[in-house]
Design a protein around this ligand. Structure first.
Ligand code: CMC
Length: 393
């Protein structure tokens, strides 16, 4: 901590004083208070607004969790019904035709995360509330984004396969409607329930990289769409949301459960980074992993392919025994999605479809008590370089 008034110091002394608190990657740095989400990294607990995610996964729905994150309390029946009705209305879910035309104009090789980042940014141009940053307008924008992102993800899946997008079905909840818009078929009860639980489990996670990116953008008093677009960009990387895709790429490489043990032992010996393991905050297994492991196993059994979960279980056993590094949320989610027939490069957009609930809650909280987020660097470059004209270099 800097004890002296920083204005009494020379610029160099000021930076030197600050560098005593320089923590690479902002590890364990607390940048703000927040009422939204708590992670107990030692006990492996995750809490949204006071409620344990284990209880929410067992008893709640994604729509109710969205309400909880934005309004800070569980809804009454009346509040829930009104909220659910707006969130699932076709008017809220459907995409502007000009946005669909924009999607059709993209090269077919565009990745789903690129499409999502581009589409979400473009949606701001169609939002009647766009210039308004009041809480009421931001909730309406968050509602549209949460409802439209699944439509956008599914529309791109159809368009890139040369098929027409499927209109949302207001009779289905967000999870079931997404699976329906992807395939054109109503999902099984197990698939719809599993997907809903996966959405609950991914809905928020304190100041993770993408949420922090959203808050940094919001803290300049920029708007909801800009904040969510920043967050999508941060989520895309393989050290964050992109890890779930990388896990499935690893599973596809291993292919045979009988080969998993040798594969992971060699990877450990080669000092490889294994996706779906490790966490900045958890010192034990990520509490979300157990739910996704169970659901992926059930879906695998129903689909008649248990090999993916078997491979992951072997990899997890060896990683835990040899490295004491535990599964995170990204280890088992993809195996469940794959059993539902979802392509690997859609796993991270699905993560975003859920996390938008948390991102929006954090933008609302940031705007409710804002201060610009503007850290410093510990400058390690030269300070007295003499300029040499280009003709003399
Ligand atoms: N595989 C192999 N070694 C690992 C892993 C891993 N997945 N994770 C951490 N380590 C080792 C790392 O090599 C280092 O060892 P050493 O001290 O001997 O050099 C030590 O553990 C600390 O690692 P770190 O990279 O300094 O830790 P971090 O807090 O900066 O990184 C992490 C956290 C999540 C980026 C990292 O664990 C990782 O790269 N995991 C794989 C990617 C992944 O699954 N990401 C999803 C994270 S959870 C969901 C989400 O946020 O999207």
């Amino acid at each position: 901590m800097i004890q002296t008034n920083r204005f009494d110091l020379t610029p160099r002394e000021e930076i030197d004083a600050m560098s005593t608190v320089n923590k690479a990657g902002l590890e364990d740095v607390v940048v703000s208070t927040s009422d939204i989400c708590f992670i107990d990294g030692r006990e492996g607990r995750l809490i949204y607004r006071g409620y344990d995610v284990d209880d929410l996964a067992a008893q709640s729905t994604f729509e109710e969790v969205v309400y909880l994150l934005w309004y800070g309390a569980l809804p009454t029946k009346k509040e829930y019904d009104a909220f659910y009705k707006t969130l699932s209305a076709t008017a809220t879910r459907k995409l502007p035709p000009k946005l669909v035309a924009l999607l059709r104009g993209l090269p077919k090789k565009t990745t789903p995360m690129e499409v999502l980042r581009t589409g979400v940014s473009a949606l701001s141009a169609f939002d009647p509330d766009d210039p308004d940053n009041s809480r009421e307008a931001e909730i309406r924008k968050a509602m549209r984004l949460t409802a439209q992102m699944p439509t956008l993800v599914a529309a791109w899946e159809r368009i890139r396969r040369g098929k027409a997008p499927i209109a949302p079905n207001p009779k289905l909840n967000l999870a079931a409607n997404f699976l329906y818009m992807m395939s054109g078929k109503k999902p099984t009860e197990l698939a719809a329930k599993t997907f809903d639980v996966a959405l609950i489990l991914h809905a928020d996670h304190e100041f993770n990289a993408s949420t922090f990116a959203a808050r940094v953008t919001a803290a300049t008093l920029s708007d909801m769409y800009s904040a969510i677009t920043s967050a999508i960009g941060a989520l895309k990387g393989p050290l964050h949301g992109g890890a779930n895709e990388q896990v499935m790429i690893m599973v596809d490489k291993i292919k045979d459960p009988a080969k998993a043990e040798a594969w992971i032992r060699k990877a450990i010996a080669d000092k490889a980074r294994i996706m779906g393991f490790g966490h900045r905050v958890y010192r034990v297994e990520d509490p979300r992993a157990k739910h996704l492991r169970r659901l992926a196993a059930e879906l695998g059994r129903q689909a008649g392919d248990e090999s993916k979960v078997k491979i992951l279980n072997t990899v997890a056993r060896v990683m835990t025994e040899e490295k004491h590094i535990y599964p995170n949320v990204d280890l088992y989610s993809g195996a469940g999605y794959a059993a539902m027939g979802i392509p690997t490069d859609q796993f991270t957009p699905i993560f975003a479809m859920s996390r938008v609930a948390g991102w929006a809650a954090h933008v609302l909280e940031q705007h409710g008590n804002n201060r610009l987020i503007r850290p410093r660097a510990e400058y390690t470059g030269a300070t007295r370089a003499t300029y040499v004209p280009i003709s003399q270099r």
